[in-house]
Design a binder for this molecule. Sequence first.
Ligand SMILES: *[C@@H]1O[C@H](CO)[C@@H](O)[C@H](O)[C@H]1NC(C)=O
Ligand SMILES: *[C@@H]1O[C@H](CO)[C@@H](O)[C@H](O)[C@H]1NC(C)=O
Ligand SMILES: *[C@@H]1O[C@H](CO)[C@@H](O)[C@H](O)[C@H]1NC(C)=O
Ligand SMILES: *[C@@H]1O[C@H](CO)[C@@H](O)[C@H](O)[C@H]1NC(C)=O
Length: 494
Amino acid sequence: MGLSSWMTAVLVMVTMATVDLVHGAPNIIILMGDDVGFADYEINDPAMRTPANTALAQKGLTLNQSYTLQTCTPTRTALLTGRYSYKLGMQLGKIKGTYLRYVPVEPKLLPASLKDLNYTTHAVGKWHLGFCDWKLTPRYRGFDTFYGFFSGAQGYFNHSGTGTPSFDFRDNGRVAWENKGLYSTELHTTRVQEIIRGRKREPFFIYMAYQNAHSPWEAKQSYIDDYCSHVQGEKRRIHCAMVAAMDESIKNITDTLDEEGIADDTILLVLSDNGGPLGYGSYNWPLRGGKSSFWEGGLRSHTVFVHPKWVVNPGTTWDSLIHVTDWYPTLYKAAGGNPSDLQEMDGIDQYWKLIKGKQGTRDRVVLNIDDKRGRSAVRIGDMKLLTGKPCHNSLTSGAPAPPDMEAAGTANSFVVRIQDVPEKQLFNVRQDPRERNNLIDDPQYAEILRELEDFRDYEIENNLVPFPANIPKAKEGKPEFYSGAWSPGWCCAG
Ligand SMILES: *[C@@H]1O[C@H](CO)[C@@H](O)[C@H](O)[C@H]1NC(C)=O
Ligand SMILES: *[C@@H]1O[C@H](CO)[C@@H](O)[C@H](O)[C@H]1NC(C)=O
Ligand SMILES: *[C@@H]1O[C@H](CO)[C@@H](O)[C@H](O)[C@H]1NC(C)=O
Ligand SMILES: *[C@@H]1O[C@H](CO)[C@@H](O)[C@H](O)[C@H]1NC(C)=O
């Protein structure tokens, strides 16, 4: 090879490397816990064991004003569509086995948009967005692969509900019977590690939707022994182990990224789908209320965002408002896309604000509208208007403190009977995150109150798709007609 052709070759190589760096689309992993409460992390209750979460918070940002919806399906809908769930009739409820209910087929889901940017896309763990028709299932909605379960809850080992038969574990299109008896968290983790190790040149997107720490109350004994034997109260102890297993999984996944040398090129988003359900060992202290309620404890998620190479203030708290719909355009932007190409987003792209540690661009959010029970929650700036009864029992209207903190005197529970909760409440949730000081009658707030009411009423009049009065069920969907496993193929999704 002559000198000049040799130099040309080097030049081409350098140029290619530069192009690759400039393009440099990061890998993206969403690690979403299920029913993990605000105080289920060691940073908020020292009795918990979540060192991997703490380590990520030190590398990235803790988002302390990060909202989801009150339960599983509504949050997952908002995350993957970038739209308010009440615009899709998905603001409430869960999708049980034979329900003819699903996220409408028309919105393009986040993985499909990332595929437009040449990402490979993978869903692992829980789906819970409908499966009666194949075209509703992950691989027909933008994911290249799926390893997990369609429904909302099941045993961690038997992968079944309480009905027999009700097996629910897929490896892509196939029922994964071989996983019976094996602990789901470890199976899901292993699959994520395989995807990372087996990656090709394209960047990957992994949506890891943990089963932990949803009911049933079931933890592998080793996680109780290794991490949680010191915890007071049996419910809290088992819950601690369920969360600790998730945290160990996060450690294993981040270790794999390190081993592969791609940690610096991978965005991690760690959050929960909703607040912890109270009475089952989960706590949202200092926030009030729990899963299903519109109190902060039902809606606010301890969230960690990591992009070690780019985040300018690692280890700090990002205290701006961010809603679960924002992740769609934000991650699309991170992936090199232009969010203005996306259709009908309610989410706001906050990518550069996050990366640069600047104040966010969202000043208001509809937290949710529940037309079935006549309740709603909206926020503008720091002010939140809550209307209707926040939830159905007194526990979810108070703020129980974790047993170890209660015993140590570092937190004291308060309980308010549901009948004593006013129909209309106004809080400054930044100054008063526990929602104790109702400002509704304070004339100083008359103007913001009117603004909040107008904001909510506009959405109700113009954008709300009513929650269906009756959800039809189809007996044909029962697993007994499908060799004992929950399976698609018994409805025709429009
Ligand atoms: C995706 O890949 C195709 C085929 O290789 C290429 O033409 C296109 O430019 C790529 N798009 C992006 C956004 O990288
Ligand atoms: C599967 O395990 C869960 C949790 O232990 C249990 O509640 C459920 O009844 C089991 N299902 C079957 C079909 O045995
Ligand atoms: C994490 O990795 C260790 C070591 O390989 C393994 O024993 C453990 O089961 C893994 N934990 C999870 C939750 O996958
Ligand atoms: C995060 O929010 C909680 C509840 O509002 C508050 O108690 C805590 O001090 C906040 N943490 C930071 C670092 O701002």
